[in-house]
Design a protein around this ligand. Structure first.
Ligand code: HSE
Length: 424
C-alpha cells in the first residue's frame, strides 16, 4: 500500500463531483483520488479529472490493484452499487457509501462481508447528509440507552414544506426548486412518499436499539396529501407541518413511523427549514440533544463521505451495527403512541354536516379540543374544516376516520396528522 490511501470513486453526480474536487485539493491529507467511474466520461462536472484514471465498469474498482478504498456513490438499492460494494468487501477492500437504500435492504449480507468491521463499510453520508449522526450514536452516545429518536431526515420534503409555508410556492414549484438544487433522489417519489426517510430511520434504529433494519416495520406516509390549505390551517394553530421520522421504545419493541406532523412553531423542529435536517435524541443518562445541519445536497453529503475516508485512513473500522441484537425484536408496528391529532375534512355546505361529523367523532371516543371552519367561496359545495383532538389512542382515531370516510355525502378528503409532543 502506498503512503496515502488510494481512492476509487464510483458515481460523479452532485455528491461525487464534490468529493472528487475535495480529494484533488488535498482536503484529506492521507488520501488521494486515483480512479473514477461514471456513466459519461466526458461530461463537464466542473472538476479537472485529467490526472485520474477513468474506469468504465465500476465493478473493476473492486479488484484494481492501485485502489485501496472504494467510494460508492452510484445509488440504488441493488444493481451496480450493490455489486460494487459486495465485490469490494469480498476483495478485502474498505468501502465508503452514501447509499441508505442499499444498507436498509441488505444490512445482514453486507455486515457479514464486512467481517465485524475488519473490512470497514462506512456510511456516515447515508443518513442526514452532513450531520455526523452515525458517529454521534456510535461514539458520543455509546454508553446511553436511547429512548427516542425523532428527526427531519429528508431535505427535499423539508424544503417543499418550508417553501410552501414561507414563499407560498405550490408543491410542484417547490419540488422543482429542490431538484434543481440537487437535494432530491433520482426518483423524487422516494423522497415525497417518505421511503427515503424510512430507510434512514431504519439505519438509525439499528444503531440505537440493536434491531435489524426492517422497512416493513416502519409505518410510512409521505407528504403527497398535504395541501396549501393544510399549511394555512397549521399557521392558524401557530404551527407548521414537518415530515417527522420517529423510533420510540414501545413495550418490548420499538415503534417506527415516518409521517407529516403538526409542530408548534415554538418547538425546535419547527425551526428546521429548507434542506436542513435535524435529529433529536432522548437518551439515558444523557437527557435530550438535537443535532441540526444541511441534510441534502453535494456539499453536505460530500462532507460526510470525506469524514469516512479520513476515518479509514486513520485505521478506524467498526462493525456495521455494533450493538448486539437486543431483546427488542418484537414488532411494534401496532403500538403507535397516543397523540393529539389534526383532522382536516371537507364538509358539505348544508345543515347538519358539522353536527354529523362531531357526532361520529364523539361516537368513536374522539374528543375535540379546537375547531376551525373556513367560509365558502361562491360555487363551493364543500367547506374545509379542521379539528384538533385531545390526546387519543391511535386505534380510536383509525376507527373514527373509517366512519368519517363512509359518510361520503358530508365528508371527503380526510387527512389526519399527529400533533408533535415532546413527551412521546
Ligand atoms: N434525497 C435526499 C433528501 C438526499 O432529500 O434528503 C439525501 O439523502
Amino acid at each position: 500500500m502506498s503512503e496515502k490511501l488510494r481512492i476509487g470513486l464510483a458515481g460523479l453526480g452532485t455528491v461525487g463531483a464534490t468529493v472528487a474536487a475535495r480529494l484533488l485539493s488535498g482536503a484529506v491529507p492521507r488520501a488521494e483520488l486515483v480512479a473514477v467511474s461514471a456513466r459519461d466520461e466526458n461530461k463537464d462536472r466542473g472538476v479537472d479529472l485529467s490526472g485520474v484514471s477513468f474506469v468504465s465498469d465500476p465493478s473493476d474498482l473492486a479488484t484494481q490493484e492501485d485502489v485501496d478504498v472504494v467510494v460508492e456513490l452510484i445509488g440504488g438499492e441493488g444493481g451496480a452499487a450493490l455489486d460494487l460494494v459486495e465485490r469490494s468487501l469480498d476483495a478485502n477492500k474498505p468501502v465508503v457509501t452514501a447509499n441508505k437504500a442499499m444498507l436498509a435492504a441488505h444490512a445482514d449480507a453486507l455486515s457479514k462481508l464486512s467481517v465485524g468491521g475488519a473490512v470497514p463499510l462506512a456510511f456516515e453520508a447515508a443518513v442526514a447528509g452532513g450531520i455526523p449522526i452515525i458517529k454521534a450514536l456510535r461514539e458520543g452516545l455509546a454508553g446511553n440507552d436511547i429512548n427516542r429518536i425523532c428527526g427531519i431526515l429528508n431535505g427535499t420534503c423539508n424544503y417543499i414544506l418550508s417553501r410552501m409555508e414561507a414563499a407560498g410556492l405550490s408543491f410542484d414549484d417547490a419540488l422543482k426548486e429542490a431538484q434543481e438544487k440537487g437535494f432530491a433522489e433520482a426518483d423524487p417519489t422516494l423522497d415525497i412518499s417518505g421511503v427515503d426517510a424510512a430507510q434512514k430511520l431504519a439505519i438509525l434504529s439499528a444503531l440505537a436499539y440493536g434491531v435489524a433494519p426492517d422497512l416493513d416495520n416502519v409505518s410510512v406516509s409521505g407528504i403527497e396529501a398535504v395541501t396549501a390549505a393544510d399549511i394555512a390551517f397549521a399557521d392558524e394553530f401557530d404551527s407548521v407541518i414537518r415530515l417527522v421520522a420517529m423510533a420510540v421504545r414501545s413495550g418490548n419493541g420499538v415503534y417506527h413511523s415516518v409521517e407529516p406532523v403538526l409542530v408548534k412553531k415554538s418547538e425546535p423542529l419547527a425551526q428546521v427549514v429548507n434542506e436542513l435536517n435535524a435529529v433529536s435524541i432522548s437518551a439515558a443518562p444523557l437527557g435530550d440533544i438535537m443535532l441540526q445541519g444541511p441534510g441534502a445536497g453535494g456539499g453536505a453529503t460530500a462532507s460526510a463521505v470525506l469524514a469516512d475516508i479520513a476515518d479509514i485512513a486513520a485505521g478506524f473500522g467498526r462493525p456495521l451495527f455494533d450493538k448486539a441484537v437486543s431483546e427488542m425484536t418484537e414488532s411494534a408496528s401496532e403500538n403507535a403512541p397516543a397523540s393529539e391529532f389534526y383532522i382536516r375534512l371537507a364538509l358539505a355546505d348544508k345543515p347538519g354536516s358539522m353536527a354529523k361529523a362531531t357526532q361520529i367523532l364523539a361516537e368513536n371516543g374522539v374528543s375535540i379540543e379546537e375547531v376551525v371552519q373556513r367560509s365558502s367561496e361562491a360555487g363551493d359545495s364543500y367547506l374545509p374544516v379542521v379539528f384538533i383532538t385531545h390526546r387519543i389512542e391511535n386505534q380510536l382515531l383509525r376507527s373514527a376516520l373509517i366512519a368519517l370516510e363512509q359518510q361520503t355525502e358530508i365528508c371527503n378528503a380526510v387527512l389526519a396528522l399527529p400533533v408533535f409532543a415532546q413527551d412521546v
